[in-house]
Design a protein around this ligand. Structure first.
Ligand code: HAM
Length: 422
């Protein structure tokens, strides 16, 4: 039996990885512009980190984690997201003590969730995300949101919708929690078994339920915005004022609750509005987490961040018909005839590469015509042709495949000549 990839994962072949590289470079470039530095954390962590960080009652922790025991009997989990790991690392390395504050970090790497695979939802996916920790200034909320939007705009995407909400501080959330319990309690029996439990443990999660989504009590559920205390609503107003000042448009959606427990105040998602994007339209999401660092044993510092998946970003590019310029062409393709020429070619190809020219040659003993075809297929700028005569005379024929002209050049002058013309 042939072995193929596990369900919900995929191979990225060279025709895909070229696009990925362009996207990754663009995102890293943005991180550089916005003054965020890279952090790399392990792909697995102690299970407890996600139970405490992401939240015991979330779908991610209850249903979607790849958890295993290692040979030492420790419970480990493949990371389902990046924020908890970054927060752990921030606490572990006492980054709050660093001179540069807030601490601004970005990450890029695979995440793992045991979800039902469908278009835009895989079991291994790649997140690019940022976290800004150590500031509770609404201006940095706006910075993170602007960054998130820029990730798409820099690649030419236009059909985007930014959705914004506030989940308030602890006090506001508690008031909202009580209102939710009062609202749903009379209908508890009608709700799915998960929601019955959520009502006891974490009623906000009810609003995120996929099973009870259409239950009549959902649309009339109390809105968090009505329960924001003065500080929380003032904070939300400030974030909006910064976005307005930056000319970033958004819609406020009081039903946006996000699927992770650490959020306080600002929560946002970016959706694709491109036709034919598919049913899962969320491209990225993020928000503020004012208790997480402390929950993980650190100081009272607050943070905000977001993450996107590159898979969905690429889907959006496809839906908007944007072809990324992968710029993958060869500078030189060396064409040989006869055995002696092959030694000369090996030497020349080696030297060209050392000089930084993207170069290749034939390794399949192809006829000359087929070698020219290969040079065309690779979009080589120059074909460098070496036969027996050329070897004897210490020269090669250099053909500019774009302009069509051909020159005979001494072998040890080729690099010099190309350097002035490539
Ligand atoms: P999240 O909303 O769970 O947030 O995930 C962020 C993004 O990851 C989603 O918007 C989506 O693009 C992508 N994503 C999630 N699950 C999958 C999947 N199964 N397949 C493909 N893409 C997926 C977080 O993970 C938070 N850590 C974001 C954050 C950072 N909040 C603050 N800082």
């Amino acid at each position: 039996m042939n072995i193929s990839v596990p369900r919900g994962t995929e191979d990225l072949l060279p025709e895909n990885t070229k696009q990925w590289q362009v996207v990754e470079e663009a995102l890293k470039g943005l991180a550089h512009t916005y003054h965020y530095d890279e952090i790399r954390t392990p792909m697995f962590e102690r299970t407890e980190l996600f139970q405490r960080g992401v939240g015991d009652t979330t779908d991610i922790v209850q249903k979607e984690m790849y958890t295993f025991e290692d040979r030492g009997g420790r419970s480990l989990t493949l990371r389902p997201e990046g924020t908890a790991s970054v927060a752990r690392s921030y606490v572990q390395h006492k980054m709050h003590g660093n001179a540069d504050q807030p601490t601004k970090l970005y990450y890029l790497g695979p995440m793992f969730r045991y979800e039902r695979p469908q278009q835009g939802r895989t079991r291994q996916f790649t997140q690019f995300g940022i976290e800004a920790i150590g500031s509770a200034d609404p201006a940095i909320d706006a910075e993170v949101i602007a960054f998130a939007m820029d990730c798409y705009q820099v690649l030419g995407l236009k059909s985007l919708k930014l959705v914004l909400n506030s989940l308030g501080d602890k006090e506001s959330r508690e008031a909202h929690r009580q209102a939710l319990v009062e609202h749903f309690k009379p209908y508890q029996e009608e709700l799915c078994s998960d929601c019955q439990m959520r009502l006891e443990q974490n009623p906000l999660r009810l609003l995120d339920c996929k099973v009870d989504r259409d239950h009549p009590t959902m649309s009339s559920a109390p809105s968090i915005l009505e329960y924001l205390n003065d500080y929380s609503s003032q904070y939300f107003e400030e974030v909006k004022k910064h976005l307005d000042a930056m000319g970033i448009s958004y819609v406020v959606d009081e039903t946006l609750v996000r699927g992770l427990d650490y959020y306080t105040h600002t929560a946002f998602e970016i959706m694709s509005e491109a036709e034919g994007f598919g049913s899962i339209t969320t491209l990225s999401g993020g928000g503020r987490y004012n208790g997480l660092i402390q929950d993980l044993g650190g100081p009272e510092n607050s943070g905000i961040g977001f993450a996107l998946s590159i898979e969905r970003l690429l889907m959006a590019l496809k839906a908007e018909g944007i072809d990324l310029e992968t710029g993958q062409t060869l500078d030189c393709f060396v064409i040989t005839m006869g055995d002696e020429a092959k030694y000369t070619a090996s030497s020349l190809v080696y030297k060209l590469r050392k000089a930084g020219f993207r170069t290749d040659q034939d390794y399949l003993d192809k006829k000359m015509k087929a070698q020219f075809k290969a040079a065309d297929r690779y979009k080589a700028k120059y074909a460098i042709i070496i036969g027996e005569d050329e070897v004897n005379n210490g020269v090669a024929n250099v053909k500019n495949l774009v302009e069509g002209e051909q020159k005979t050049i001494e072998l040890d002058k080729i690099i010099e000549q190309l350097e002035t013309s490539v």
